[in-house]
Design a protein around this ligand. Structure first.
Ligand SMILES: Nc1ncnc2c1ncn2[C@@H]1O[C@H](COP(=O)(O)OP(=O)(O)O)[C@@H](O)[C@H]1O
Ligand SMILES: [Mg+2]
Length: 122
């Protein structure tokens, strides 16, 4: 365990679009310690959202090594990455991704039911 929240070493991410490959992030290095406040700035299309998706375990890197809370993201199972998203990472998305058939309160409650099984029966 490195004790770091994020440790990125030479991280790359490519997207395949039809026959072509888009290189969204190339050889990215970063270390974020617990309690640090970090902002990621750059022009549209430079790869900010791609990096946040990687740090939040929504996506996995194409190359390099990425550790989130000391775990190698590429080695995590889908369920392990889902658990990190549920319990350890907070995301404020550009779009809200609310479920339209639920009320605002129910949208907030839904992930809490999954995170705290003891609340589900109350
Ligand atoms: N799902 C995707 N499929 C293909 N290309 C993508 C995808 N997401 C992002 N890209 C491309 O990767 C690059 C970085 O995008 P992105 O991470 O969204 O940048 P930013 O958030 O800084 O605007 C851009 O060239 C974008 O078009
Ligand atoms: Mg973006």
């Amino acid at each position: 365990m490195s004790g770091l929240v994020i440790r990125a070493i030479g991280v790359g991410k490519t997207y395949r679009v039809g026959a072509s490959v888009v290189e969204a992030v190339r050889a990215f290095d970063l270390e974020v310690k617990r309690g640090e406040f970090v902002t990621l700035m750059g022009p549209s299309g430079c790869g900010k959202s791609t990096l946040l998706n990687l740090f939040g375990c929504i996506d996995t890197p194409s190359s390099g090594r990425l550790e989130v809370f000391g775990s190698d993201v590429a080695a995590m199972t889908e369920a392990q990455r889902a658990s990190v998203r549920l319990h350890r990472v907070g995301f404020v998305f550009q779009r809200f991704y609310l479920l339209p058939v639920l009320t605002a309160l129910e949208n907030v409650e839904l992930p809490m039911i999954e995170a705290r099984p003891s609340l589900a029966s109350s």
